[in-house]
Design a protein around this ligand. Structure first.
Ligand SMILES: Cc1cc2nc3c(=O)[nH]c(=O)nc-3n(C[C@H](O)[C@H](O)[C@H](O)COP(=O)(O)OP(=O)(O)OC[C@H]3O[C@@H](n4cnc5c(N)ncnc54)[C@H](O)[C@@H]3O)c2cc1C
Length: 309
């Protein structure tokens, strides 16, 4: 079986998806910098875990971690090295590509054992297939590219002691702020996302979207028109320039379905749209569509959901 390296940064759905994709390609060796990541790697079937301790690495931007990842890649010569397409994953992958003089594919939505990757471009309007011609398959994997499937394993654990080199101390992290998580699930991880668009009409009326999200145990999302109008904070924007979501259920209320919005939610398993315009493009991709005023439709959803609780 081919050796597949996977960088496991955190204990989230996205990292679990990348591990699952890696498993479909060969034997996964995971690289984990903390105990939770190592535990996730074994929950999702890694055959081996490199458990790295690099004192002080977290005080700096990604350079110390990139050095460790490059060293492991040089030592193991993997068939593929996969990282999640997060800001950190892409910053690491870019450094790996330079350090190892290797090709790089970012934001892949599919990958086969031959190293042929799919990428959605032009906000999902076109799918390209590409293969790295210099070096091994080095790729960052977009959230929702595959479904995470647990496969508990008892991996071989190799401890890696690393020191932070002077040359990797270029950017020191002065302060990190962890935002309070709140009661709702994280947008990127949620199984249910209820999003509102310009049709919601005001910040106050987003309370209705929140109530529907809460009754369904989901996260709240918003279109860019809604966040630009100040109806909801920008960090909840779904789409090409916002968060990519892939929940079991995506509810779009008062959202027209512009291509840039679709780019961030089109892999949702079940899409329900509520829009008063029967010709709104969102209906062309919805599994269920309700043509109607969201202020009449959503209260009925709330009432019904409350009854079934
Ligand atoms: C480079 C670039 C990047 C972008 N990135 C993103 C992105 O990441 N995410 C994103 O969302 N957009 C993005 N956009 C913007 C995108 O093109 C659209 O402008 C935006 O998605 C529209 O948001 P909307 O559907 O809420 O608003 P609109 O297009 O104005 O649609 C509002 C909808 O609400 C319906 N409606 C109104 N009132 C009601 C009611 N009472 N009940 C039911 N329905 C009602 C209307 O019929 C309409 O269909 C991007 C654009 C560009 C150029």
């Amino acid at each position: 079986m081919a050796d597949i390296l996977v960088y496991v940064p955190e204990t989230g759905k996205h990292a679990a998806e990348v591990l699952t994709l890696g498993r479909s390609l060969g034997d996964v060796s995971a690289i984990a910098f903390d105990a939770q990541s190592a535990a996730l790697a074994s929950e999702y079937g890694a055959a081996k875990v490199y458990r790295v301790s690099a004192e002080g690495a977290d005080d700096y931007f990604v350079d110390p971690k990139a050095t460790v990842l490059a060293d492991v890649a040089r030592k193991t010569e993997p068939a593929a090295f996969l990282l999640p397409s997060t800001d950190e994953g892409k910053a690491l992958a870019a450094r790996l590509a330079v350090d190892l003089d290797n090709g790089l594919l970012t934001d892949v939505t599919g990958l086969d054992a031959e190293g042929v990757a799919e990428q959605d471009i032009f906000a999902g309007a076109t799918i390209t297939t590409s293969k790295i011609t210099k070096g091994f398959t080095l790729a960052t994997v977009k959230a929702g590219a595959t479904e995470a499937e647990a496969a508990p394993s008892e991996p071989v654990v190799e401890d890696v002691e690393a020191e932070v080199a002077e040359s990797d101390r270029r950017v020191r992290i002065a302060e990190s702020v962890v935002e309070p998580a709140g009661d709702r699930p994280g947008l990127a991880e949620a199984d249910v996302v209820v999003s509102g668009g310009r049709g919601v009409g005001s910040a106050d009326d987003f309370a209705l979207i929140e109530r529907v999200a809460d009754v369904l145990g989901g996260a709240v999302g918003a279109s860019r028109a809604a966040t630009d109008a100040g109806y909801y904070p920008h960090k909840f924007q779904v789409g090409q320039t916002g968060t990519t979501v892939s929940p079991q259920l995506y509810v779009a209320a008062g959202i027209s379905g512009a291509i840039q919005h679709r780019a961030g939610m089109q892999t949702s398993k079940l899409i329900v749209a509520v829009n008063k315009d029967a010709d709104a493009p969102i209906f062309s991709m919805a599994d269920f569509g309700v043509v109607g005023d969201l202020f009449e439709v959503l209260p009925q959803v709330l009432e019904e959901a409350e009854k079934r609780k």
